[in-house]
Design a protein around this ligand. Structure first.
Ligand SMILES: [Fe+2]
Length: 342
């Protein structure tokens, strides 16, 4: 088994690379670390590479780089992968920052590039866009969530932080609650990419910046229940959902086994668990418990409730159950609007 420490960068393909570079530099606030004929490498202002853009006819996320401990011998990493039944190949010049990596394909078809050492991008002291502090997590949808979770845990060393029912898994490889997510769907595709920002005031600044650029929020600001992050969502020019978040649950020590309160949790202490599929997506903000949006979300297929994305082929709720839940939520919503006496 490997011991992945963090996610490096996601490679995204894009039909209009100039437009997408403009979005990631001017709106997201990444630094253009390198530009080649059909490729661009973008880093956070603090230095680590975060996104690689490649020109192609469709927008997809074909590759993900993951880091093992600096100084690790990649030959030894390759033999550990082989022992786990995974054939890898050595590749060089992955990006300007990553000289060498081991490449292999995960069960849903994403190429994983495991590297041990990297160089920070050249310094960029300009202040542009949201300027996230890091590439936080990437979520995928695929049919066999249990299978992919087993691969990431047994082969790559990830740990399960939470499940929503049996169709949405949150996995960590560091103290962050999740670095990869897997949502069950018939189609295999990217679900969203998330960048961490420093604090709530940066979320507010991001809302203003997106609005000034006529980019509508698709959801948020909210505080999630699973992971407890404060988050906003919008779509990039290629229609890929981008999240900015802060205040994500942290497990400071694996041996302690619980997440630090954000600022409070439902359970004392909050340990990894399976949340019911009727768990609301967020504590406050659109689609929070009892809101009209939550009521209508309950009438949707279960997989659309979290992150509010379309889940074609997702497990559908029984209509009668969904209807009953909508009525119950509407009743609660009406009750909460009644003026209080005394
Ligand atoms: Fe997310």
């Amino acid at each position: 088994m490997l011991d992945i420490k963090r996610a490096g960068h996601s490679t995204l393909t894009t039909p209009d690379i100039e437009k997408t570079i403009d979005y990631f530099t001017r709106i997201v606030g990444l630094s253009l670390a390198a530009r080649e004929k059909n490729r661009a490498i973008l880093a956070t202002k603090s230095g680590p590479e975060a996104i690689v853009l490649e020109k192609a006819s469709v927008a997809e996320a074909p590759r993900l780089s993951l880091q093992v401990a600096p100084g690790s011998d990649l030959n030894e990493v390759a033999s550990r992968l082989k022992k786990a039944g995974v054939k890898s190949e050595r590749r060089t010049d992955i990006t300007p920052g990553i000289g060498e990596a081991l490449a292999f394909t995960d069960p849903k078809g994403t190429t994983i590039e495991v590297f041990s050492d990297f160089n920070f991008a050249p310094e960029d002291n300009t202040f542009t866009g949201v300027m996230p502090i890091k590439f936080g997590h990437i979520a995928y949808q695929c049919p066999d969530v249990k299978g992919i979770v087993k691969f990431y845990c047994d082969v790559l060393g990830f740990r399960v932080s939470d499940w929503r029912s049996d169709f949405f898994a949150f996995l960590r490889c560091s103290r962050d609650h999740h670095t990869v997510n897997f949502l069950r769907n018939d189609k295999t595709a990217i679900h969203h990419i998330a960048f961490e920002v420093r604090d709530w005031s940066d979320i507010k600044r991001a809302c203003d910046l997106l609005a000034r650029n006529n980019i509508k929020l698709t959801w948020g600001p909210i505080r999630h229940i699973i992971g407890h992050n404060i988050a906003i969502y919008h779509k990039n020019p290629d229609g890929i959902t981008i999240e900015f978040f802060t205040d994500l649950d942290q497990m400071h020590d694996e041996e302690l086994g619980y997440f630090e309160p954000r600022p409070w949790h439902q359970d004392r202490p909050q340990r990894p668990k399976v949340w019911g599929d009727d768990t609301p997506s967020n504590w406050w903000g659109p689609m929070s418990h009892g809101s009209p949006q939550h009521a209508s979300a309950l009438a949707q297929p279960a997989a659309t409730v979290h992150h509010g994305l379309q889940g074609a082929g997702a497990p559908a709720r029984k209509p009668a159950l969904a209807e009953a839940r909508v009525k119950q939520a509407q009743k609660k919503s009406r009750a909460s609007r009644k003026p209080r006496r005394g």
